[in-house]
Design a protein around this ligand. Structure first.
Ligand SMILES: Nc1ncnc2c1ncn2[C@@H]1O[C@H](COP(=O)(O)OP(=O)(O)OP(=O)(O)O)[C@@H](O)[C@H]1O
Length: 226
C-alpha cells in the first residue's frame, strides 16, 4: 500500500497534428495524498490542462504511469478506465462539463444514478447540492440556457456529487464573481474535510491557491515546488 491516492510518474505527452509535434509534458510527476488540496499554477501553455486530462483518464499519455489507489490507469481498457473515473474521480474541465440533454438537477443526479444509489438519497443529495451552489431556482434549466458562471457551479456540484476519492478541477472559478467563488471553494473544502477527497485545482486565481495546503508550479511540462 502507498500513502498516495494518485501517483503519476514520468509523464510525457506529445500532441501530433499532421507533421507538427508539441511536447506538452516532459517527465512530469505528481502525488496526491488522501484529504490533501494541491494547487497547480504556471504559465499558459505549460501543460497544466494536459496533465489534468491525463490524471482524469481522459487522455492517454505518450509515456508514464498514473496510479489511482495503486491501479495504473494508463494500462486499463477504455471501459475499465471509464469505470475507474466514475467510481473514484470527479472532474471539472474548463468547459462542456454538463450533459446537454439533461437539466441541471438531472446532471447532478447522473453520477449518483450510475453509482446505483436509491432514488430518495439521490433526491436529497441533489437538493442539498443545488442549495450549496445557489442553483435551486435553476434546477430545471437546460445547460444551453445557463450563464457561464451557473454552468461552472453546476459542474462543481456534479463533480462532488458521488463523493469522489479524487477531485480534479481546471479553473473551477474562472467565470465566477467573489461570492460564487467562495461558495464553490467551500463546497470543495467540505468534500475534502468530510470524505477525505484529494483535490487538485489548476488555477490562476490567488483565492483558490490560498485554500490549498500545497502549491506547485508547472513550467515547460515539468512540475516544481512554488
Ligand atoms: N489538442 C491539442 N493539440 C495540439 N496541441 C495542443 C493540444 N492541446 C494543447 N496543446 C498544446 O500543448 C501545450 C500545453 O497545453 P495545455 O493546454 O496543457 O497548457 P496549459 O498550461 O493548461 O495552458 P492554459 O493555462 O493556457 O490553459 C501548449 O503548447 C498547447 O498549445
Amino acid at each position: 500500500m502507498t500513502e498516495f491516492l494518485v501517483e503519476a510518474t514520468g509523464l510525457y505527452h506529445i500532441y501530433r497534428e499532421r507533421d507538427v509535434e508539441t511536447v506538452a509534458l516532459r517527465g512530469a510527476r505528481l502525488a496526491l495524498r488522501p484529504g490533501s488540496w494541491t494547487s497547480l499554477t504556471g504559465p499558459s501553455g505549460s501543460g497544466k490542462s494536459t496533465l489534468l486530462q491525463i490524471l482524469a483518464g481522459l487522455l492517454t499519455p505518450t509515456a508514464g504511469a498514473v496510479l489511482v489507489d495503486g491501479d495504473d490507469m494508463t494500462r486499463m481498457t477504455p471501459d475499465e478506465r471509464a469505470r475507474c473515473r466514475r467510481r473514484r474521480i470527479g472532474v471539472v474541465l474548463q468547459r462542456d462539463n454538463l450533459h446537454p440533454g439533461l437539466d441541471v438537477a438531472g446532471n447532478i443526479a447522473l453520477p449518483l444514478r450510475l453509482d446505483g444509489q436509491p432514488a430518495g438519497a439521490i433526491r436529497d443529495r441533489v437538493g442539498t447540492l443545488l442549495d450549496e451552489v445557489g442553483l435551486a431556482d435553476r434546477r430545471h434549466r437546460w445547460p444551453a440556457r445557463l450563464s457561464g458562471g451557473e454552468a461552472q457551479r453546476a459542474a462543481v456540484a456534479v463533480a462532488v456529487a458521488a463523493r469522489p476519492a479524487v477531485l480534479l478541477a481546471d479553473e473551477p472559478t474562472g467565470e465566477l464573481d467573489e461570492r460564487s467563488t467562495s461558495a464553490v471553494l467551500d463546497l470543495l473544502e467540505a468534500a475534502r474535510a468530510a470524505h477525505g477527497t484529494a483535490i487538485l485545482t489548476v488555477t490562476h486565481n490567488p483565492a483558490v491557491a490560498e485554500r490549498a495546503g500545497r502549491s506547485l508550479v508547472m513550467r515547460d511540462g515539468v512540475i516544481g515546488d512554488d
